[in-house]
Design a protein around this ligand. Sequence first.
Ligand code: PLP
Length: 468
Amino acid sequence: SKTSSAFPLGALSIFHLAVRSHMSEQLTSQEVIQLTKDHNYGTWRKQKFWNPNHLVSADGCYFTDGNGKKFLDFSSQLMCSNLGHNNKAVIESIKKQAETLAYAAPFYATTARAELSKLLLEVLPEGLTKFFFTTSGTDANEAAFKIARMYTGKTKIISRYRSYHGSTAMSIAATGDPRRWPIEPRGKGQGIIFSPEVNCYKCPLKHSYPECGIACADYLDYMIANEGDVAAVIVEPVVGTNGVLIPPKGYFKKLREVCDKHGVLLIADEVMSGWGRTGKWFAIDNWDLKPDILTTAKGITSAYVPLGLCATTQKIADFFEDNYFAHGHTYEAHPMTLGPAVATIGEMRRLNLVDRANEIGAYLGEKLNALKPKHPSIGDVRGIGLFWAVELVKDQKEKTPFNTWQEKLDGKPIVVEQIAARMLGEGVVMQAWMSHFVLAPPLIVEKEDIDKAVAALDSALVMADSLL
Ligand code: PLP
C-alpha cells in the first residue's frame, strides 16, 4: 500500500490516519482490516484467529472485497439478506423514512409502526395480534422470556440442546449449543433447562421415526411434570445454525398438546426460519402450529436495517391491560427500522419470493442429493424451501462428526471450516458450522448460482473424503 511500509500499523497509524483523513484520502483495504482487527472484537472466536476480509460492495447474491474479488453469498450473510443486496425499493424507503421522521420515542404513534402492524396481521400466522419491536433476534427473545414469566407467574424456560437463541445473558443461557460454555456457570442462574433436540437423522434418544411415536415430545411432558414452575418452551421450528433440523410430521401437534396440558407457553423462535426461508412465510405455517409467542428478526427487513419482533396472542395482550408491562428500549419501534420493513414485505410479495423459495429450493435439494453417492463423507442432506444442510461424518454407521465442540471452541480451523476456505478460494461463501454446511442463499438466487455453489462444494468435499 502507499503508506503501510512507512508507517507500520499500530499506535503510530492513528496519528497517520488522522492526517490522511484530513487530506480526505481513502483507507487502503489493508488499513481497514488492520484497524478493524486492532480495535474491534471479532465475535465467537479467539481474537488471534480473526482474519476479516474487507467487504466493499454488494449487489443481488454477490459481494465484492477490497481486492475486487467477487463472491457468491450462499449464506445470505448470516441467513438474513433474503431479498439480496442493493434492493432499490428498500433503499428508497430508508431515505424516505430518514427525511420524514428519523426517530420518535416509543410512546408515540408513528405511521411506520401502524403500517407495519397492519401488514404483519396479514403475513404472520393467525392469532398473533400484539407486537413489540426490538433491534435484534436476541432482544426479541429476551422480551419473549420476560413476557412469558410475567404472564404465567412461573420461572423456568425449557430450551433444546441443539439451539441458538441469542447472545445476551438470558438468551445465551437459553442457547443449547456450547457457545454458552464460556459464560457458565453464571448462566445457570437464569432458570433455563434443556431437553433433547428433535433430530431424526441422529436421535439423541436413539429412536427412529415413526416407530418412536415421537418420544421426544413425550419426554417433554415428563420433563415439565417433574420440573414444575415452567413458564415456557422455546423452539426453533426448523433449527437453523445447528443444522437445519426439521421435526417429523405430528411433532408440533403433540408439542402443542403437552404445553396446553401443563399451562406452559410455546415460543416459536423464527429469527432465522421466518420470512420465506422454508417456502412459507413462517416455518410453523408448514405444520399449522399456533404458538403463544413468535419471535423473529433477520428477514423482516432483509437485514437492511436492524429490526426484531416479539409477537403475542391477544390473550396475552389482554393480560397486560391490567398488569404492568415492565419492558422497553429507547430504540424500540425505531421508525428507521419499521419503514424499511414495510418495503421489504412489499418487495417479497412483488417478487413472489415465498413461492420462489419452494420452487428453486427443490432444485437446490436435487443437486445436493446428487452429491451424496459421490462423497462418502456426506452423512445426511436435508432441507426445506431454500434452507438446506449437508452434514459430514467420519463414518456412516456411527455418524461420528469430524470434530468435537471443544476443538471448535479452541479455534483452529475444524474440517468444515477448512472446506469452506477452499470454497472461498472459488468465490463461494457457505456457512460451515461444527459438522455441517448451512445453505441459505438469498431468495432471489438463480439456477446458475446454485450450480456454481454446488460445484464448489462438490470439489472441496474431496478433502473430507480423503480423511476417511
Ligand atoms: N434465534 C435464532 C434462531 C437465531 O438464528 C439467531 C441468530 O442467528 C438469534 C436468535 C439471535 O438473533 P440476533 O443475532 O439478531 O440477535
